[in-house]
Design a protein around this ligand. Structure first.
Ligand code: ZN
Ligand code: ZN
Length: 396
């Protein structure tokens, strides 16, 4: 098939057939990544397997883009419009693929290969962007800063989850590392001469606990103490903590940063300990869902027998570097259910789900719905124009 007289429905049926044809290969790709978990910026195996698969299927590969060795770009077609499918493949420390990024990677690759049909018939380009280190270091932020996504018209990624959704709420987020420096003395013999760095940290935690009842809805402040002293009979001269501050938009994030900092400064003043702090270089931006694009994706996912769950704020709430992409390019970050809602992301049960039969089904459906949405965008200039129109209206 696949001449220009075919209807869009026929193209979509062919896409579905082509994804099914790759079923075994895609599942193997997903399981290989799953069984060899690699942390952010060390994903050599995953990016190697993905680029080999895409090269074998006629994609032009560029490795190490944006200055990140495990990032890549795999392009089919070179004309406009350019559709990006984002692949993530980093795992979490200790637990492995508890976020199911193996499914994200395989579905992006599978969708891209099935989309060749659309590029061959309607022109344009489909590119898989391999985006490392989503979990901790926001690889996409560095890639954006390096111009890796220049020229991209639309970006899409599907995350495995516990519900089928077309949109995803994600918060602006920044990390904060703090240290207090005090003075060590014998805790019983000369306590009056000590400066207690741990007490400074505890005061700061309590100040943040008090602050938390007066912050806006959907903002989050959470942290851990990473160093609290050496032995109980020495006044702790050093304490350290690591925090995340999150808000619904960048403006409130800036406000909240100042308030959080005051909590630490107040604790320094009260105890006499010296404060040192460092905000993370990478700031995760909030997700800007392109609703026209989300609607197209929703129709395609529902055509596969899934039902999009109604929007529920606070559900699967976190932050992602796709947020940064969505501020620069019209984007969606939907999710595809692979397990029941009583299983949580980043849990041991989710690791199992990401390699299960329903995980495989999620992978294939995600690949199909993504490629079908590519079909909508490349075969119908009007659809792409509506996506862009929404994006530019939101900018002003
Ligand atoms: Zn994830
Ligand atoms: Zn995650």
């Amino acid at each position: 098939m696949a001449d220009k007289s075919s209807t869009k429905a026929e193209f979509k049926a062919e896409i579905s057939r082509r994804v099914d044809e790759q079923r075994q290969t895609l599942i193997e790709l997903s399981l290989n990544i799953h069984d060899n978990p690699e942390l952010g910026f060390t994903e050599e195996k995953a990016s190697g397997w993905l680029t080999s698969y895409l090269a074998e299927n006629g994609f032009q590969i560029e490795k190490g883009i944006g200055g990140l060795p495990t990032a890549f770009k795999a392009a089919y077609g070179s004309s406009k419009p350019a559709i990006a499918l984002l692949a993530e493949y980093d795992a979490l420390p200790e637990i492995g693929h508890a976020c199911g990024h193996n499914i994200i990677a395989a579905s992006a690759a599978g969708a891209a290969v099935a989309s060749k049909l659309i590029v061959d018939n309607f022109g344009g380009a489909v590119t898989v962007f391999g985006t490392p280190a989503e979990e901790l270091f926001g690889g996409k932020v560095s890639m954006l800063q390096a111009g890796a996504f220049n020229g991209v018209d639309v970006a899409m990624i599907v995350h495995p989850g516990v519900r089928d959704t077309a949109t995803n709420e994600a918060l602006a987020c920044i990390g904060l590392d703090v240290q207090f420096f005090g003075k060590a003395v014998h805790a019983a013999a000369y306590p009056e001469q000590g400066i207690n760095a741990l007490e400074a940290m505890i005061l700061a935690f309590n100040a943040i606990n008090s602050l938390r009842q007066h912050i806006k809805d959907r903002a989050r402040i959470h942290g851990i103490i990473t160093h609290g002293g050496e032995v109980a009979n020495v006044v702790p001269a050093y304490s350290a903590a690591s925090f995340f501050v999150r808000a619904q938009d960048n403006i409130y994030l800036d406000d909240l940063k100042q308030k959080v900092l005051k909590c630490f400064e107040g604790a320094a003043l009260a105890t006499g300990a010296r404060l040192e702090y460092k905000w993370a270089d990478i700031v995760y931006a909030p997700m800007k869902n392109n609703l026209v694009l989300a609607q197209l994706f929703a129709q395609n996912l529902e055509s596969l027998g899934r039902t999009i769950a109604p929007f529920e704020p606070y559900f699967d709430f976190g932050s992602t570097d796709v947020g940064n992409v969505s501020q620069a390019i019209p984007a969606i970050h939907p999710s595809v259910a692979i397990v029941s809602p009583n299983v949580m992301l980043h849990s041991a049960d989710f690791v199992l789900a990401a390699a299960s039969e329903s995980g495989h089904k999620g992978l294939l459906d995600a690949a199909k719905a993504l490629a079908m949405t590519v079909a909508d965008l490349l075969s119908e200039p009007e659809a792409l124009a509506r996506v862009k129109d929404e994006f530019f209206r939101q900018l002003h």
